[in-house]
Write a protein that binds this ligand. Structure first.
Ligand code: AMP
Length: 112
């Protein structure tokens, strides 16, 4: 499958990995939008949040747990944002479910 994040999971493309277990992988975003910008993905290919099912949705809770632990390790747990862009209108550019963990600066609300 021609999926850039699957290639990172399979070590066909390099990435600066920060966390890995049997279910998920976390690595630094190539184009950071904050001083700390990490992507957390399921190793299994799921195209977007629209493809979540009763069977695979527990991955999302695990990803949020990993995000909170990484935020603490990175020292950004005073304030961080977890973002999932789902679909074209939200600007999803990589069709493999991923959550952005952003921190190290102030964020505004609502987002643009
Ligand atoms: P999204 O727009 O929500 O689909 O986010 C995709 C993100 O993946 C963007 O922030 C890109 O900078 C990032 N990205 C794309 N390719 C890579 C890569 N090979 N390594 C790290 N980050 C990447």
């Amino acid at each position: 499958m021609d999926c850039v994040f699957c290639k990172i999971v399979n070590n066909q493309i390099s990435a600066k990995k920060v966390y890995e277990d049997e279910k998920v992988l976390a690595f630094y975003d190539l184009e950071p939008a904050a001083p700390e910008h990490i992507l957390i993905i399921p190793k299994e290919h799921i195209s977007s949040a629209n493809q979540l099912t009763k069977e695979n949705c527990n991955l999302v809770g695990h990803i949020f747990f990993v995000a909170s632990k990484l935020a603490s390790e990175l020292g950004i747990d005073d304030g961080y944002r977890i973002v999932n862009n789902c679909g074209e209108d939200a600007g999803q550019s990589v069709k493999h479910l991923h959550f952005h963990l952003l921190g190290g600066r102030k964020f505004t609300w609502p987002p643009g």
